[in-house]
Write a protein that binds this ligand. Structure first.
Ligand code: LER
Ligand code: MN
Length: 272
């Protein structure tokens, strides 16, 4: 498994669970100095992410790109892939598509999290699932052109009512024609929604594509009360070799959260 840390470049996401903020160069410098393998970036848009510059920056700091988030599509631009307005859905797909291309050129997958939207009321659910399915088919097809998967992230009930548990999301993905979508399993959301985080990871098996490495209170792993041993055992059982990416609140500050994240990563992944 590999370590990663989040960098948000989206002012509208302030207060959100990101370790480093606003300055990609500074964030990469800190991540590299602390010994992370990679960074996960949340840009404001594809246009703001200059692929050549980012490639040089990552190379200079000996970092990989773990993933690129599309959350600004919702947080900043109010675009949802399941919006009732077809024009908004179209703009949402175009926004995500731009980030898939930028991430793809940098050798990373993109994440569909908050852009999935909400059903709001039960009668809307079938249509929302249809729109989400269509969007995931199209966007994961585009991801494949870059030899990347598309990451779909179930969120907790306060952020979405589309899919909050991995098992339900896995069943939904199983009905798609595209086999190029993987689950982003965020341990903070899972702590709120799953009966057992370890069982959910084991059941999802090869569909697990990425992990958000956050404790029960969304602070760095070790600053809350998540029982980590069974989770790591489950990840080993399914042969997971991807990222444990620290998407956590910068508490007590970004550096301390990053230090704790990398320490917990080493503690739980070093051969015993
Ligand atoms: C939001 O709660 C979250 O976990 C992000 O990874 C999704 O944009
Ligand atoms: Mn997450």
């Amino acid at each position: 498994m590999k370590s990663a840390v989040t960098i948000s470049l989206v002012p509208e996401a302030k207060g959100g669970p990101f370790v480093f903020w606003d300055d990609l160069e500074a964030g990469c410098g800190q991540a590299s100095q602390l010994g992370f393998d990679a960074v996960e970036i949340f840009p404001t848009s594809a246009e703001s992410l200059h692929v050549k510059e980012v490639r040089n920056l990552l190379a200079r700091h000996h970092l990989q790109l773990a993933a690129v988030g599309t959350g600004a599509g919702w947080v900043k631009h109010k675009l949802r892939l399941t919006d009732p307005d077809p024009a908004v859905r179209q703009r949402a797909r175009a926004f995500a598509s731009g980030l898939i291309a930028a991430a793809g050129e940098l050798g990373a997958p993109a994440i569909i999290g908050s852009m999935q939207g909400r059903c709001e009321t039960e009668p809307h659910r079938p249509r929302v699932l249809e729109w989400l399915g269509e969007a995931l088919e199209e966007l994961s097809g585009q991801s494949a052109q870059f030899n990347q998967v598309l990451l779909y992230e179930p969120l907790n009930r306060y952020e979405t009512d589309v899919f909050t548990r991995q098992g339900e999301a896995a069943a939904f993905l199983g009905h798609l024609r595209s086999k190029n979508v993987r689950l982003l399993c965020d341990l903070f959301h899972m702590n709120l929604e799953e009966r057992s985080i370890a069982d959910a990871l084991r059941d999802a098996g090869p569909l697990v594509g990425h992990i958000h490495w956050a404790d029960s209170n969304r602070q760095a792993m070790g600053f809350g009360h998540t029982e980590v041993a069974p989770i790591v055992a489950a990840l080993r059982t399914i042969g997971y070799s991807g990222y444990l990416s620290a998407e956590v609140l910068p508490l007590p500050n970004g550096i301390a959260a990053a230090q704790q994240s990398v320490a917990s990563f080493r503690h739980w992944t070093s051969p015993s």
